[in-house]
Ligand binder design. Structure first.
Ligand SMILES: Cc1cc2nc3c(=O)[nH]c(=O)nc-3n(C[C@H](O)[C@H](O)[C@H](O)COP(=O)(O)O)c2cc1C
Length: 365
């Protein structure tokens, strides 16, 4: 069955999808994930793949990155293709349409995408309805919720947008991600300044503390922070009591990651992988094992995922590779991870986290 789906994707489906406008292809993919969930019973993961950041057990460390399933439409499908978790969203408090089209492009020669979607979202009430339906179905897959402010929220109300989202949706999530790193919402990335991040996080964490059991709150960072800023951000989030970091979002860099394109927006995919790994290693170097990291950016293979884990990531996410490689990729990565663990004489993913000694000097420029 797995081989059949693989061949079908590469020979038939991908060529068809790539003929379509990328956003149409995306909508069609989400629609196809639902029947896939009926066809496929999710495989049980071997215990060696389990990882337990924040005391929460993930049956495997591979998750769907934010942005693919913004409105929580295909969760059973993500479970069916083998993800251990899915980060859903970005969800905004009120529904909003996002930026005008076109706003999503493929760069096949780079195995990359450029998007400037700008958080199209059905809003938090729609998300709450879908999440409570899902909870009733008792799915095994862990769910993260990625949260963002509305585009027209004034700066002084951004913290209350996040806090309202945490209060409404937090009880239905396994973990929460505060997105301050999308390049497509004006001013959003400025919240990553260490001086602004701590006051932003205070009301958010105050809201999260009310949740029982505790839901870890993570901050998602951009890959475009330079090393000194990243160091101060690590200090600020540790001091504020943030539970984890997600590294990284899409990049606004082009030449620095070897890409030439006229499309403006966030670049994702293969060109991001080196940068993501360097960032995870640097965060690990700065924070030790105290703050679990989700590594994301250009993961196309088991080696890429293992690279992020050995650099210090407890969990790994992907999005762009799913577009290029299809749904069989998740199973291949998990099989490859088991082989890599065996090659290195490790008995579990937990043992591999941070196993590559962090570089003495930062690899970040
Ligand atoms: C089309 C698209 C939409 C995205 N939307 C979001 C989003 O809404 N929120 C977010 O935090 N990240 C978003 N991302 C970023 C991804 O979650 C991820 O951080 C980034 O793409 C790097 O991973 P990848 O190389 O595996 O795609 C988006 C990425 C893409 C390609």
């Amino acid at each position: 069955m797995a081989a059949l789906i693989e061949t079908f994707y590469h020979r038939v489906l991908r060529p068809l999808l790539f003929q379509l406008d990328p956003e149409r292809a995306h909508r069609l993919t989400l629609a196809m994930m639902r029947p896939l969930a009926l066809l496929r019973e999710p495989a049980v993961d071997p215990p060696a793949l389990a990882t337990t950041p924040w005391g929460i057990r993930f049956s495997n460390p591979i998750g769907l990155a934010a942005g693919m399933d913004k409105d929580i439409r295909a969760v059973a499908g993500w479970q069916a293709i083998g993800f251990g978790f899915a980060e859903l969203g970005t969800v905004t408090p009120l529904a909003q349409p996002g930026n005008p089209r076109p706003r999503l492009w493929r760069l096949p020669e780079h195995r990359a995408l450029v998007n400037r979607l700008g958080f199209p979202s059905a809003g938090m009430e729609a998300a709450a309805r879908r999440l409570s339906q899902l909870r009733r179905r008792g799915l095994r897959i862990r769910l993260g919720l990625n949260l963002g402010p509305n585009k027209d929220t004034p700066q002084e109300r951004v913290a209350s947008d996040y806090a309202a989202l945490v209060a409404r949706l937090g009880p239905m999530a396994d973990f929460i991600v505060i997105n301050v790193s999308s390049p497509n919402t004006p001013g959003l990335r400025d919240w990553q300044s260490p001086a602004r991040l701590a006051p932003l996080m205070r009301p958010i964490l105050a809201e999260a503390i009310k949740l029982t059991p505790h839901r870890p709150v993570l901050v998602k960072l951009a890959p475009d922070l330079d090393a000194p800023v990243l160091a101060s951000v690590c200090e600020a989030v540790s001091a504020a009591g943030v539970d984890g970091l997600v590294a990284c979002n899409t990049t606004t860099a082009r030449e620095a990651v070897g890409v030439r394109t006229e499309y403006e927006g966030g670049l994702s995919g293969a060109p991001l992988n080196r940068r993501a790994r360097a960032m995870v290693a640097e965060i690990r170097r700065r924070t030790g094992a105290k703050i679990p990291i989700i590594g994301v950016g250009g993961v196309f293979s088991a080696e890429d995922a293992y690279g992020l884990i050995c650099a210090g990531a407890s969990l790994v996410e992907l999005y762009t590779a799913l577009v290029y490689e299809g749904p069989g990729l998740v199973r291949r990565i998990k099989e490859g991870l088991l082989e890599l663990l065996q090659r290195d004489g490790l008995s579990s993913i937990a043992e591999a986290i941070g196993a590559a000694a962090p570089a003495k000097e930062s690899e970040l420029s």
